[in-house]
Design a protein around this ligand. Sequence first.
Ligand code: NAD
Ligand code: DAU
Length: 362
Amino acid sequence: MTILITGGAGFIGSNFILDWAAGSNEKIINLDKMTYAGNPDNLFHLNPEVYELVVGDICDPETVKNILEKHKPRAILNLAAESHVDRSIYAPAEFMTTNVMGTFNLLESSRAYYDTLTGPQKDRFRFLHVSTDEVFGSLEPADPPFSEESPYRPNSPYSASKAAADHLVRAYFKTYNLPVLTTNCSNNYGPRQFPEKFIPLLILNAAYGHSLPIYGDGLQVRDWIYVTDHCTAIRNVLQFGQPGETYNIGGQAEKNNLDVARAICQIIDQERPRDDGQSHAIQITHVTDRPGHDRRYAICGIKIDRKLGFTPRWSFEEGLAMTVDWYLNNPKWVERVRSGTYREWLDLHYGQKAPESQEKKL
Ligand code: NAD
Ligand code: DAU
């Protein structure tokens, strides 16, 4: 049997594929457009008998149709997306194309494919859509966490595009009986995350002696989940989830951004002390806030715990230590990512040139 994953060369997708390949011989096809966020270094060493990369766009009906006809997957896991909120504020169009129209195209192709299946193949087929807690909007400090029943109130072009995709997925279950599953997960962190996102950006900026940019007052709260816990939850939903249902996935680790920054600095203070003996926390710099910045996300994970037996394995402290360790000990991966277009992003967004001469080597 075979499964098809989209966006598998990105952060969560590559961690999912590595986990999957470690525990199963079932072949995995990865359809990935290889945008700036898709990284061939993540998966190059996998055995071609169990892993195949197809470089292509989820928006292209012919590409998707050909893969489905050739490989006849028992499941499709849709992770492909434009995923960075800040980029969606500068340039929202690509978010609509990939996140909305791409998901629509996958659903249409899956519907046509599903209609050709019969018997056990049809019973087994699943379309699993990986979404985000950001579709629910922002919580006040005393609000209860997001449940599966929380209303959709997206606030950024990114979250609005993910919300639109979620609605399409739901409609394909109600209208066409396509056996869909949707997951809404909180903030992931861990190895192989592109360092435009908060945690890897801070780890690398701390280690290289750059400032640690904190938007606004830094008291915004996120519920952090270690990426392999998210991957375990996705596997549980794929195996045991009820078609048509949605499942919230969280890390049971609500933290504000300043506390996350300080925790990162503490670990790096131990592993790579500054030459002047001060804490890396002196590099923390408050910068202009993100427009429409959501104040707090939090996830109620009761449904996935009770129905599918999932709770996260790693505490935030354990996960953060493993993550810092990974970035400090994979300088080749880091250097390849930090070259080229990544620098253009830093210049555009933070208005800073990465000053080579002042950089420390990892
Ligand atoms: P990422 O940006 O690291 O990776 C996205 C991948 O999708 C890349 O490999 C990219 O090349 C690929 N891609 C982009 N457009 C494509 C297209 N048109 N066709 C085919 N491939 C395309 O993202 P991530 O952080 O790994 O997130 C994966 C999924 O999980 C996304 O759907 C995201 O919305 C969701 N999610 C992410 C988080 C998080 O904290 N990172 C949390 C909850 C949900
Ligand atoms: O909640 C799930 C979502 O988490 C996913 O759907 C998104 O794909 C993922 O990018 C993430 O979105 P966030 O906007 O929460 O993540 P980001 O890493 O961009 O920011 C985390 C917090 O840190 C947020 O409050 C903004 C803040 N931040 C971020 C950056 C990049 C800063 O203070 N400074 C920064 O330089």
